[in-house]
Design a protein around this ligand. Structure first.
Ligand code: F6P
Length: 363
């Protein structure tokens, strides 16, 4: 019977706790033993009590909890081979031969590298005398399954990542609050939203809130964007609008990859359009708090699928990532999904993207 561990890694997102609950319970329901690794890769390196067996009732109520109740951390030690060797040894200690990781692209890349390196880590444990041959024999192969937890919705191959709709909902609610005060004072607000290199949150919030203008990294504005934006805002005002909302994705830039900041946009609206303008940076309220119904459902269905993928895997199976495509829960090749994510970024001119991805494997 398999001994399956689940961990969360990278930035937290609403629905991660629900995903952990689903993995733990489906593991137990399948007659296997469930473990949680606390504090992401750091917990794997630290071992001991950071890798805990979980019972059915240990995850009671987790479906509606925000963030991740098993913690997440950036782990420098896991970037080094020595750290990964210790992590592998700790897993053997607990008899764990499958790992489900819920995280972003960086965390999932790190996980697949760990899988690829696993046989050589086993060799090293034997050659350095840390483990005997017969102890390592049952662990010749490591199963890795990815779940995509991120508010950014920035992984190719899936229509939605666990957490993105909760975050979008929070942004829309916040803009609704801003709307009423903007209307009262006839003000303009520049709202900066998260998303890292991805403009999904900004774009969807723009559509959902009827924003006047949206800046996203995937579609950098033309050279004369300053005049374009100002004339659109002016036109809307002439049509009788009492308020102006401009949404800026935190990763927005122009065609030359110069960052477009909320304060830059504010200065334009103040000085060129003459509007009383404020900036609101929504920050981490977009990431915390309880998951919406969609994310609870997505996390639960995908957590169940992750355990099924572990149980059906053979040593030849390439690591899958659990996705949702046209409303169906599907398995995709993890490495391919990450490759495609990078390619999309590069195709739109984000040559800096690959560089930004470096060093995030252990998040
Ligand atoms: O990836 C999730 C995210 O919230 C991004 O939208 C944002 O750029 C980043 O993480 C913020 O990270 P931190 O909480 O480490 O500042």
């Amino acid at each position: 019977k398999k001994r399956i561990a689940v961990m969360t890694s990278g930035g937290d997102s609403p629905g991660m706790s629900a995903a952990v609950r689903a993995v733990v319970r489906q593991t137990i329901a399948s007659g296997c033993t469930a473990f949680c690794v606390y504090e992401g890769y750091q917990g794997l390196v630290d071992g001991g009590d950071m890798i805990r067996e979980m019972k059915w009732e240990d995850v009671r109520g987790w479906i509606s909890e925000g963030g991740t109740l098993i913690g997440t951390a950036r782990c420098m030690a896991f970037i080094e081979r020595a750290g990964r060797l210790t992590a592998a040894n700790n897993m053997i200690e607990k008899g764990i031969d499958a790992l489900v990781i819920c995280g972003g692209d960086g965390s999932l890349t790190g996980a697949d590298k760990f899988r690829a390196e696993w046989p050589s880590l086993m060799e090293e444990l034997i050659s350095t005398g840390k483990r005997k041959d017969h102890e390592v024999a049952p662990f010749r192969h490591l199963n890795i399954v990815g779940l995509v937890g991120s508010i950014d919705n920035d992984l190719s191959s899936t229509d939605a990542t666990i957490g993105c709709y909760s975050s979008l909902q929070r942004i829309c609610q916040s803009i609704d609050f801003i709307d009423s005060t903007a209307f009262s004072h006839q003000r303009a607000f520049v709202v900066e939203v998260m998303g890292r290199h991805c403009g999904w949150l900004a774009l969807m919030a723009g559509v959902s809130c009827g924003a006047d203008f949206v800046f996203i990294p995937e579609n950098p504005p033309s050279e004369k964007w300053e005049d374009d934006m100002c004339s659109i805002v002016k036109k809307h005002r002439e049509m009788g609008k009492r308020k102006t909302i401009v949404i800026v994705a935190e990763g927005a830039h122009d065609k030359n990859l110069n960052h477009i900041s909320a304060s830059q946009v504010k200065d334009l609206l103040s000085n060129k359009v003459g509007l009383d303008t404020r900036v609101t940076t929504l920050g981490h309220v977009q990431r915390g708090g309880p998951p919406c119904a969609y994310d609870r459902m997505l996390a639960t269905l995908q957590g169940v699928e992750a355990v099924k993928a572990v149980l059906e895997a053979t040593p030849e199976t390439e690591s899958p990532v659990i996705c949702i495509v046209e409303n169906k829960i599907v398995r995709k090749n993890l490495v391919e999904a990450i490759k495609m994510t990078k390619k999309v970024a590069e195709d739109i001119g984000r040559k800096d993207f690959a560089a930004a991805m470096k060093g995030r494997d252990a998040e």
